[in-house]
Design a protein around this ligand. Structure first.
Ligand SMILES: NC(=O)c1ccc[n+]([C@@H]2O[C@H](COP(=O)([O-])OP(=O)(O)OC[C@H]3O[C@@H](n4cnc5c(N)ncnc54)[C@H](O)[C@@H]3O)[C@@H](O)[C@H]2O)c1
Length: 244
């Protein structure tokens, strides 16, 4: 039986590339998305062309009941969950002085509480199977901080604490929990930056370029694989050397 990976926010960007990379490795894919649109249809077609089973499942990760449903339906459709990738994320960037209460709450609710909601619903299945991989998408700014991102940086730093704590709780059940901390990756999230800002950012990265979704997906593939079976509770930086 093929392994099954459940990826949140998988219609676009990094999540989409993780789904495609794992599909090419033969995983069946449960692809969560929040809103029905062209992007999810396109990604689903691309995944189906990889000759694997693909199940697209709607749900908002910030809503606990939605996460219960996402996990239940994935088990019904694909039989098991071997890998959970908590990828769904949003930004509401602004300086703290201007930040509205909901700018803070919304980002925490999707990025951090969403990671809890999904993990809490998946973990009983992994405990029973005595096997599992949970891979959380944090960010370089969860480690370094960033002006204009108190909400986002707090959510991503929270994911790191969550990852390390859970890794300690479930290691004895052969469930490995790791995070990746991408730097500046070319996706919709960074598309909003002006070209000159992007050039300035690239200048300060030791590898002198922004990252690609493939750069992130390849590390996630490794963390999902047998090759990483003695790695847990770690934060792997994928940032061209921004943080050393
Ligand atoms: N792009 C970067 O430079 C960068 C850097 C570090 C970390 N990240 C993280 O990588 C992850 C993917 O981001 P991306 O760059 O691919 O951007 P993206 O906007 O393309 O992807 C985010 C996805 O999450 C989905 N999503 C948002 N809220 C959701 C919700 N409540 N429920 C379900 N899905 C929801 C969106 O629909 C979208 O498909 C995010 O967690 C982001 O914080 C991105």
């Amino acid at each position: 039986m093929s392994k099954v990976a459940l990826i949140t926010g998988g219609a676009t960007g990094i999540g989409k590339q993780i789904a495609l990379t794992l599909a090419k490795e033969g995983y069946d894919i449960a692809l969560n998305y929040r809103t029905q649109n062209e992007a999810i249809e396109k990604t689903k077609t691309e995944l189906e062309n990889c000759n694997i089973k693909c199940f697209a499942v709607q749900g908002d990760v910030s809503n606990f009941e939605d996460c219960e449903k996402i996990v239940k339906e994935t088990i019904e459709q694909l039989g098991q969950i071997d890998v959970l990738v908590n990828n769904a994320g949003i930004t509401r960037d602004t300086l703290l002085m201007r930040m509205k209460e909901n700018d803070f709450k919304d980002v925490i609710n999707v990025n951090l509480t969403g990671t809890f909601n999904m993990t809490k619903n998946v973990i009983p299945y992994m405990m029973k199977a005595r096997n599992g991989r949970i891979i959380n998408i944090s960010s370089v700014v969860g480690v370094t901080g960033n002006a204009g991102q108190t909400n986002y940086a707090a959510s991503k730093a929270g994911i790191i604490g969550f990852t390390k704590s859970l890794a300690k709780e479930v290691g004895s059940r052969n469930i490995l929990v790791n995070a990746v901390a991408p730097g500046f990756i070319e996706t919709k999230m960074t598309e909003v930056l002006k070209d000159e800002v992007k050039e300035e950012i690239a200048k300060n990265i030791p590898l002198k370029r922004m990252g690609t979704p493939e750069d992130v997906a390849n590390v996630v593939k490794f963390l999902a694989s047998e090759e990483s079976s003695y790695i847990t509770g770690q934060v792997i930086h994928i940032d061209g050397g921004m943080v050393m």
